[in-house]
Design a protein around this ligand. Structure first.
Ligand SMILES: Cc1cc2nc3c(=O)[nH]c(=O)nc-3n(C[C@H](O)[C@H](O)[C@H](O)COP(=O)(O)OP(=O)(O)OC[C@H]3O[C@@H](n4cnc5c(N)ncnc54)[C@H](O)[C@@H]3O)c2cc1C
Length: 344
């Protein structure tokens, strides 16, 4: 009887999903991948969709392909396994767009605990954070103070924290907070992220090169308008190659720039390797970075050839927006997700 009721409950959840699949198929057929991506990015912010999906145990199971688990223990276990395979890690306690000071403070406390767990375990991992998780959308000062406390703890433990880059409206304030922490508070264990889809990034990179910054370069995961970001993927990719070469240049390295090349794009990875080889840049002076669960074959390929690789390992219960952005990056993931739900 109970089983029957549970199945009926699950059936109710399937109705919106089938509608969603039909709508996604229509968008893909009628307008192409860009529209589907924009729609998915919208869903990643939509509270109704989050409420619908977050409690589905099946959705949780599918999300586990990209997320290490919900607890610190699971994140530590994933880190241990990756370290054992010769991969470095950056841990991300999932959460973003927080609108409550108490929630931001509790994220800070979890990350303080995470920094200590890394220290005690002796695992090779640093930490990535999002400023909107630490209260940026409430008050700039809240996020700044929370990150200051995290950097102080990381410094005591000889560890580092990288600030993820979020939507374009947050880029100025993110770089501002980064510079305040570095220049006014004197932290040398803080890094930042640059997105190659933004027109402004070349200028930002020039400044970061002057400062000898610790930078991760990625393509960018949000839906941005064409007056701010390259609408064509080919231009984003070309800019990625340009920014990589700028940050691997002799001038950049002499200034102390350390680059994390964060992509699963084989051609870009090969272009970076070719450029580094041609310029005789030792492989230990930069690193590749990839997301947990994505292109494991390519991850192994890099490590086997002696390249440094860091895996971005997210964990926590707030996996929904992160997961939907991963679906947006590759429609095939979406069909995998929906077919798993329907197969049940
Ligand atoms: C370590 C790391 C940190 C990041 N931090 C940020 C950040 O702070 N801010 C931000 O905006 N973005 C961040 N991103 C996401 C990034 O901007 C891209 O959205 C994402 O990496 C996909 O782009 P790509 O470079 O892999 O190239 P793409 O051209 O999108 O993909 C190249 C190939 O990689 C594979 N691939 C890519 N994505 C997926 C996927 N989701 N599932 C399965 N296969 C896939 C496919 O084989 C695809 O053909 C980060 C990415 C990485 C790797």
């Amino acid at each position: 009887m109970k089983k029957k009721r549970a199945r009926r409950g699950c059936g109710l959840f399937l109705v919106p999903f089938i509608g969603f699949t039909l709508l996604a198929s229509f968008l893909l057929y009628r307008f192409g991948e860009r529209w589907l991506r924009t729609f998915l990015i919208y869903l990643s912010h939509a509270q109704w969709a989050r409420d619908l999906v977050s409690d589905l145990s099946l959705a949780k199971r599918v999300a586990r392909r990209f997320v290490a688990g919900e607890t610190i223990e699971e994140a530590m276990a994933a880190t241990r396994a990756l370290n054992a395979r010769g991969m470095l890690v950056t841990l991300d306690y999932l959460g973003e767009s927080v609108t409550d000071e108490a929630v931001a403070a509790s994220a800070r406390d979890e990350i303080l605990q995470l920094l200590d767990r890394i220290e005690i375990s002796g695992l090779d991992a640093n930490v990535s954070i999002k400023l909107s998780q630490l209260g940026l959308r409430i008050r700039k000062e809240t996020a700044l103070e929370n990150l200051r406390q995290l950097l102080t703890k990381a410094q005591e433990n000889g560890n580092k924290i990288r600030i993820d880059m979020e939507e374009s409206e947050l880029v100025d304030v993110t770089l501002d907070i980064y510079h305040t922490l570095k220049d006014e508070y004197g932290f040398d264990n803080v890094g930042v992220v640059i997105q190659s889809y933004l027109y402004r990034s070349e200028k930002d990179v020039e400044k970061l090169i002057d400062e000898g910054a610790w930078v991760r370069l990625c393509k960018g995961a949000y839906a941005e308008p064409p007056d701010i970001a390259f609408p064509e993927k080919a231009d984003t990719d070309a800019n990625y190659v340009l920014l990589t070469e700028m940050m691997l240049s002799k001038e950049a390295r002499n200034n102390g720039v350390y680059l994390g090349i964060a992509t699963h794009d084989e051609e870009i990875i090969q272009a970076a390797i070719n450029f580094a080889n041609a310029s005789k840049i030792p492989p230990e002076t930069y690193e590749f970075q990839m997301l947990y669960g994505i292109r494991r074959d390519l991850q192994a390929w890099l490590v086997e050839r002696g390249y440094k690789l860091r895996i971005y390992v997210p964990y926590g219960t707030a996996w929904y927006p992160y997961f939907v952005r991963r679906l947006a990056e590759r429609p095939a993931n979406l069909w995998f997700f929906v077919s798993n739900l329907i197969r049940r």
